[in-house]
Write a protein that binds this ligand. Structure first.
Ligand code: SAJ
Length: 417
């Protein structure tokens, strides 16, 4: 049995590596030549703990090989991006291209699983594209249980930074377009899955993925909204949340500089765009979380104004230190990061020096080059007039409060509360 994974990114590559580590023959496919070449050398082109070891061994033992074009296999897993087009509309162009690219190599008895986060109905749409490209084969929407090709939706739910553990341990939801597809997909994941595989239909599985990330977004929005209310009421929001969470049925998440990453700030829009009238709460949560960076920048501007009056310094003599650039603690991933965007906007606006502190990187990202200086924690604490805490990295949490002598502290994570 040969398994092919289409799209060798943050989800596809770990999944391909997990199957290959169980001695399955895995064909990885990606349009990115660099990714394919890197993987075939036994190396990786993305950052994820422990992934390098698994890929290296799989390639060396001959269980994993990457190509730029689809090769015949028995099961195909599609894990390509589903970004936005226009105003927060899901763009299925990569899914469509992946489906059309495997169509020529399909044969009777093959199984196709879509893993990409997708709006409800996408799996069926994918089956329709495949049916159009291969009129000689039948698909579940045409032939039910007797279809030549089985098609299922099975979303991933791994946490970046812990992918290799969560991929194996988390339960999975499998939604087949027919019973046989669900069962076959579930058997396939059991090759490496220690968690349970729970079967449902494709539409429910699609919605389930969107629901999980919307749940988190709505809950973070609640915390972020509380942080604005508390600032206005002169209440420490961190203390408030820890007190409220002592209630046995209350579990409030943590406020922050906004919501980043590639999933939580994106997936709720897929629900909103399909059901704009019914998804008022989900929509509002997105606006609340996207509004948080604006509020943080206003806090910095207010601190600068105060500092100007109090110290008599000129604006271009004031140094602001921004602590953290990553999209969440203890990782080096700067993509879709509110901390990074806030730092950039502060630096663009501020006429004095903006210092950036990010212990997980060694070089400034292009966006910040020339407008900020990357410095150590000690340097920043020594030089800055104003400190802005953006990411609760362990290194920052370890700084003793006595070391922070600045009068102006904008702390979005409650580290220096
Ligand atoms: N955040 C807060 N406050 C919190 C928790 C998180 O502000 O209390 C912020 C983080 O700082 C970050 C953003 O939310 O900017 C997202 O971080 P995260 O750790 O909540 O999630 P991701 O994006 O790393 O991964 C999420 C996970 N989904 C859920 O927890 C429901 C993961 O399981 C999914 O697989 C992943 O999205 C995905 O790929 O969909």
């Amino acid at each position: 049995e040969t398994i092919s994974v289409i799209g060798l990114g943050y989800i596809g590559l770990p999944t391909a590596a997990a199957f290959a580590s169980r001695k399955k023959s895995v064909i990885g496919v990606d349009v990115n030549q660099h990714a394919v070449d890197t993987i075939n050398k036994g190396q990786i082109h993305i950052v994820e703990p422990d992934l390098d070891k698994v890929v290296k061994q799989a390639v060396e033992e001959g269980h994993l090989k990457a190509y730029t074009t689809p090769q015949p296999a028995d099961a195909y897993l599609i894990a390509v991006p589903t970004p936005f087009k226009g105003e927060h509309e899901p763009d299925l162009a990569y899914v469509e291209a992946a489906a059309r690219s495997i169509a020529p190599v399909l044969k009777k008895g093959d199984l196709i699983i879509l893993e990409s986060t997708s709006p409800v109905g996408s799996t069926e749409k994918m089956a329709e594209w495949l049916a159009e490209a291969r009129p000689d084969l039948t698909f579940p929407h045409q032939q039910g249980e007797d279809a030549d090709i089985d098609v299922a939706y099975c979303p991933e739910r791994v946490l970046p930074g812990q992918v290799m553990i969560e991929l194996i341990r988390n339960d999975r939801v499998v939604g087949g377009m027919n019973r046989k597809s669900s069962e076959r997909a579930s058997e396939l994941y059991k090759i490496f899955l220690e968690g349970e595989c729970v079967i449902t239909n494709a539409r429910t599985a699609e919605m389930c993925k969107l629901t999980e990330n919307s749940f988190r977004d709505v809950n973070i929005a609640f915390a972020n909204e509380l942080s604005l209310i508390c600032a206005d009421q002169d209440i420490n929001v961190w203390e408030l949340i820890s007190l409220a969470n002592r209630h046995p049925r209350v579990n409030i998440l943590q406020p922050g500089p906004g919501v980043g990453g590639h999933c939580i700030a994106v997936d709720p829009w897929f629900i909103v765009s399909q059901n704009p009238k019914q998804s008022r709460l989900i929509h509002t949560a997105r606006l609340v979380n996207d509004g948080k960076p604006v509020w943080v920048i206003d806090q910095v501007k207010a601190a600068v104004a105060d500092c100007l009056t109090e110290t008599g310094k000129r604006a271009n003599e004031i140094k602001i230190a921004c602590f953290g650039l990553a999209f969440k603690p203890n990782i080096d991933d700067l993509r879709e990061s509110p901390a990074m965007n806030i730092t950039k906007q502060v630096a663009d606006w501020h006429s004095g020096t903006t210092l950036a502190v990010e212990p997980n990187i060694h070089e400034l990202p292009t966006k910040l080059k020339g407008i900020t200086e990357l410095v150590s924690t000690e340097q920043a604490l020594k030089d800055a007039d104003i400190v802005l805490m953006l990411v609760d990295h362990q290194q920052f949490k370890a700084i003793p409060g006595s070391k922070i002598t600045q009068k102006w502290i904008v702390d979005t994570k409650g580290v220096w509360r």
